[in-house]
Design a protein around this ligand. Structure first.
Ligand code: NAD
Length: 256
């Protein structure tokens, strides 16, 4: 379905981003990976699917790095057809204790980076009259939790940003949508389970059950593969008129 197209996925050296990159590669798209840590392993996994793959190590908190990455993608593959804004970080603290530097980092990586990639990707998408912008928001883009003020603000922000860009592109073949996962067992969430286990002196299994029980009525984690499946659907012709949605994959979290 995506043969000859190029997908750029931010924060795709692990977790949800890597899963989405693999699924888009499975549909034939060439891939630009981004993110920290080992990139050779993820590159090899994608190359094994028979598509071209590059990695750019842009720090999503820096507008200049993002501009370099978008130029790099255009120079390697012509243009970005599918943009997945996925890079994200978490910091948990009461608002009065929230380190200012962490607030700025969460807003920059989880929200402003999507503005920069999108503003740089949209002109070529408009010219081709086809494009897909998929923003990985969160259940926290729709409802809040205590001690996550920066994350909740950024994720609510990206849901609003998604709607605005969807309206601006509504008469074109470019769509912009958000996916709102509940708990997914990635490094980002494992850290919260580890912290809870240490703080409350309980086992990791207990901490995991508490985390799910508090928020996710299905009591099951959303999987990376389920999110990747939705991203692939959003790239399909069946989703041509899906515009500006914030689609929950959250085991019932936001239905409560
Ligand atoms: P993860 O920690 O497994 O992966 C995050 C990725 O982002 C990694 O590739 C990392 O290298 C990259 N990254 C981090 N900071 C970066 C920066 N400054 N510049 C470039 N890359 C950077 O996390 P994940 O759970 O896969 O999260 C992916 C997205 O999904 C995030 O936006 C997160 O908020 C969102 N999300 C996750 C969950 C969950 O339960 N895991 C739930 C809802 C939403």
């Amino acid at each position: 379905m995506l043969k000859g197209k190029t997908a750029l996925v931010t924060g795709s050296t692990s977790g949800i981003g890597l899963g989405i990159a693999k699924a888009l590669a499975g549909q034939g798209a060439n891939i630009v990976l981004n993110g920290f840590g080992d990139s050779e392993g993820p590159k090899a996994e994608i190359a094994a699917l028979g598509v071209k793959v590059e990695h750019h190590g842009a720090d999503m908190s820096r507008a200049g790095d993002i501009e370099d990455m978008m130029k790099f993608a255009a120079s390697r593959f012509g243009r970005v057809d599918v943009l997945v804004n996925n890079a994200g970080i978490q910091h948990v603290a009461k608002v009065e204790d929230f380190p200012v530097e962490r607030w700025d980092a969460v807003i920059a990586i989880n929200l402003s980076s999507a503005f920069h990639t999108t503003r740089l990707a949209v002109p070529a998408m408009r010219e081709a009259n086809w494009g897909r912008i998929i923003n990985i928001a969160s259940a926290h883009g729709l409802v809040a939790s205590a001690q996550k003020s920066a994350y909740v603000a950024a994720k609510h922000g990206i849901v609003g940003f998604t709607k605005s860009v969807a309206l601006e592109t509504a008469t074109t073949g470019v769509t912009c949508n958000a996916i709102c996962p509940g708990w997914v067992l990635t490094a980002l969430v494992q850290k919260q389970i580890d912290d809870r286990s240490a703080r409350e002196g309980i086992s990791l299994a207990q901490a995991q059950n508490e985390l799910l029980g508090e928020k996710q009525p299905s009591l099951q984690f959303t999987t990376v593969e389920q999110l990747a499946g939705l991203a692939v659907f959003m790239c399909s012709p069946a989703a041509d008129q899906v515009r500006g949605v914030a689609w929950q994959v959250d085991g019932g979290w936001t239905a409560q």
